[in-house]
Design a protein around this ligand. Structure first.
Ligand code: ACO
Length: 399
């Protein structure tokens, strides 16, 4: 296309597509989404089945390897990930150097990037065994780094992994353990968090995955590429909507205030946070599953009064012509913040949970990228709008 030119000065025919709304940057067999029908599949398996019948680590295996594990493969995978949950003591020292009020996502991004210096062998991305080693390390260490970022903000000592526990229970222990006694979480809470990780595990070419692929296309090590993904997720347009939902529900305050709030949304004063999606023009399938997980969590923690407002808000919006005609339905963030709050996570931790869940997806996409012989370094075109062929005048003559 670049050879089709309007004249000598022409840059050649190009597609101007800011945000890549209509541009496919890669071929991928990891995740399928049909936004009109509200379908999400990992490697061909519907998200509903995976959330109900699988576990986060099994889903991680599926995403990375492309197929479900045999029992032996599963056990070896879980064993290897469990074996690598500890991080180098100097990573701990590094994290302890952050300000007392450092945002946990900033800490996570930096410490993930720092791992690249602890595993210089990770730069050998041409070797499959080596790639698998780094993938296992990364999935294993994310909860440790995320939990330590949380403890740091609370001024509490970091808790080392307890490898007798499952992946998700271990994460909860590193977050909330307060004494020398063995930490035991309610099984229903462990299951709910595991399901939330599954729901966030991949979502094809979203902003952070695109960042991982773009940085990874330079053939850098996977820690540096995933650090870029964490950075992208840090932004409020990507990872921050569930916190905005909580703020909105608190502001509405009571069910009686919902109609006037909805009128304000319809008048264009504000958005109904947690509604609408660039891809889903139907009920986000993850929102349906999260709604059910919320019920399970509230059975343990006691209900959050904001849930009643959320349920009523959803009911009213789904019957309102404004939302119906624009195909605005609840998205994954509408209920997830309520669950996280029930776990007593502060809002700045919500995105860290998202990042831990998304890690296998980032790595599956990174692996696909580095194995794709046709993939080139990401280097989009631009439409240049600046000046040209100016004559430079030295400062001594301009001032
Ligand atoms: N509340 C009220 N109106 C809305 C909302 C909303 N949440 N979302 C979209 N609309 C309206 C728009 O104003 C627009 O109306 P118009 O045609 O009269 O101008 C129409 O619906 C189409 O909306 P767009 O902005 O074109 O949709 P887009 O696909 O660009 O945006 C987005 C999607 C950003 C998610 C949007 O729906 C939104 O801001 N939602 C609230 C924030 C949110 O929940 N984000 C989380 C997304 S999920 C995730 O990132 C993991």
């Amino acid at each position: 296309l670049g050879k089709i030119k309007a004249g000598d000065d022409s840059p050649g025919l190009a597609i101007y597509d800011p945000g890549f709304v209509n541009t496919a940057s890669c071929r991928s067999s990891v995740t399928y989404i049909d936004g009109e029908e509200g379908i999400l599949e990992y490697r061909g398996y519907p998200i509903e089945q995976l959330a109900e019948k699988s576990s986060f680590l099994e889903v991680a295996y599926l995403l990375i390897h492309g197929e479900l594990p045999t029992k032996e493969q599963h056990d070896a995978w879980v064993h290897d990930i469990t074996f690598h949950t500890f991080v180098h003591e100097n990573v701990k020292t590094f994290m302890q150097g952050f300000r007392y009020d450092a945002h946990p996502m900033g800490m996570l991004m930096a410490s993930v990037g720092a791992l690249s210096t602890f595993y210089p062998d990770a730069r050998n991305i041409g070797d499959d065994d080596n790639r698998q080693m780094q993938i296992i390390r990364m999935i294993a260490k994310m909860p440790t780094l995320g939990a330590w970022a949380f403890r740091h903000a609370q001024g509490k000592p970091y808790v080392y992994p307890d490898n007798d526990l499952s992946y998700t229970e271990n994460f909860l222990a590193m977050l909330f353990k307060m004494s020398e006694q063995k930490y035991e979480a309610d099984e229903r809470l462990v299951k709910a968090l595991d399901v939330l990780f599954i729901l966030h595990a991949d979502h094809e070419q979203n902003c952070s995955t695109n960042a991982v692929r773009s940085v990874g296309s330079s053939q850098v090590d996977p820690y540096s590429a995933v650090a870029a993904g964490v950075g992208a997720l840090y932004g409020p347009l990507h990872g921050g909507a569930n916190e905005a939902v909580l703020r909105m529900l608190r502001r509405i305050g009571t069910k009686e205030n919902i109609p006037s709030f909805i009128e304000g949304v319809k008048a264009g004063n504000e958005k109904l946070m947690g509604f609408g999606h660039r891809v889903y023009k139907n009920y986000d399938p993850r929102a349906r599953i999260i709604k059910k997980a919320a019920e399970d969590v509230f059975e343990v923690t006691g209900t959050n009064p904001l849930l009643d407002i959320a349920l009523e808000l959803e009911k009213i919006a789904l019957e309102d012509e404004y939302f119906v005609s624009r195909k605005l339905y609840p998205n994954v963030d509408f209920y997830s913040g309520l669950i996280y709050e029930a776990f007593q996570f502060p809002p700045e931790m919500f995105t860290v949970l998202f990042a831990i869940g998304r890690t296998p997806g980032w790595l599956a996409q990174w692996l696909e990228l580095v194995q794709d012989k046709e993939q080139k370094i990401a280097r989009p075109k631009q439409i240049y709008t600046g000046d040209r062929r100016l004559t430079f005048t030295p400062a001594s003559e301009r001032w």
